[in-house]
Design a protein around this ligand. Structure first.
Ligand code: ZN
Ligand code: ZN
Length: 327
């Protein structure tokens, strides 16, 4: 294990010294010097995640697929989403940009003899227990994810964006990152604000992103097995998340309004949105408009979703027709 960590640090230092530091110096961006190791680490972790998908999740999909398709034509676009997201730095850049804002906020409230309620402030006992502290951050981060996901389904304009994630008829281990750019920007701000408010540090944020994204990639895998009926109450597995992607039917019109959890199903169990019926259902949406995403490329989907978003916003301004009780 120590050998692996040493190699990791060596590779990171090599990239920093041979490429990043000279570039920062050359273009006068030395103010980013301190953030550079985290940026390099985020990129390296992106490469690791793609390697895990290719070397572990894809072989499992080949071995025991949940759904058989004549080809994987529709799934291919999700590879583009994954590469852009895993090798893009959006969540981390937003976190780094907001970090000084958070410092300023901390200092401002201190002037009034107040403290922001970070986890360490509320539970000082956790200060010298790094693993427990990280677990607490993870729990709160995952709860924030659950609440965000519920809003993505409940707020019409947000659903217009999030429906892109659901329109995929061939859900695979590449599908987790299939999101509209606007949705990604909103989510990045939301998660960065939550993480900063609870006291997460940059290196911990990188670890939070890694763990949650790996579990989320696997929960989208087209595999016909889960973690078993005990473990699947502790960690989201492909069965659980596949139900969330199930196409609505006349008998189950709201099937996708369940299993919102990203990593921990505990929130669905607590708030009554968990469905464990182990039924294999086709995935996708019951809207012709959103279903038309299938067959489009990355850019076509991004533009189509902007149209959906515009229509959803316009519809929200239209006066609703009130039903008269006498009618
Ligand atoms: Zn959803
Ligand atoms: Zn999903």
């Amino acid at each position: 294990m120590q050998g692996l960590i040493d190699t990791w640090v060596d590779v990171q230092s090599w990239i920093l010294e041979t490429a990043v530091h000279p570039l920062l110096f050359r273009f006068g961006y030395m103010t980013f010097f301190e953030d550079a190791p985290f940026v390099v680490e985020t990129l390296m972790l992106g490469v690791v995640q793609i390697a895990v998908i290719l070397l572990v999740f894809r072989p499992l999909e080949r071995l025991a697929p949940a759904e058989h398709w004549p080809d994987r034509k529709l799934a291919r676009v999700d590879v583009v989403y994954t590469l852009l997201s895993k090798l893009g730095l959006l969540p981390f850049i937003v976190f780094v940009v907001l970090y000084p804002v958070n410092d300023w906020l901390q200092e401002s409230v201190r002037d009034y003899d107040l403290m922001l309620p970070t986890v360490e402030q509320v539970v000082p006992w956790l200060r010298d227990k790094p693993l427990l502290l990280f677990a607490t951050y993870f729990l709160l981060y995952d709860l924030a994810g659950y609440l965000l996901h519920r809003m993505q389904h409940a707020v019409p304009w947000w659903w217009a964006l999030h429906s892109l994630h659901h329109s995929q008829r061939q859900v695979t281990c590449w599908s987790d990152d299939r999101n509209h750019v606007l949705d990604d920007v909103l989510a990045s701000f939301y998660f960065a604000v939550v993480a900063l408010l609870i006291g997460v540090q940059p290196s911990q944020y990188v670890a939070l992103l890694l763990v949650s994204r790996l579990v989320e990639s696997f929960s989208h895998a087209n595999v016909r097995f889960g973690f078993g009926r005990v473990l699947d109450k502790l960690v989201v597995d492909p069965w659980f998340h596949r139900t969330h992607h199930a196409r609505a039917s006349a008998s189950k019109p709201h099937i996708h309004d369940s299993n919102f959890g990203a990593v921990l199903p505990v929130w669905d169990l607590l708030f009554g949105t968990a469905v464990y019926d182990y039924k294999r259902r086709p995935t996708g949406v019951d809207s012709r408009d959103a279903d038309a995403d299938n067959g489009k490329g990355w850019l076509g989907q991004q533009v189509a979703v902007l149209g959906r978003l515009g229509r959803a916003i316009i519809a929200s301004f239209r006066p609703r027709r009130l039903a008269h009780p006498a009618e």
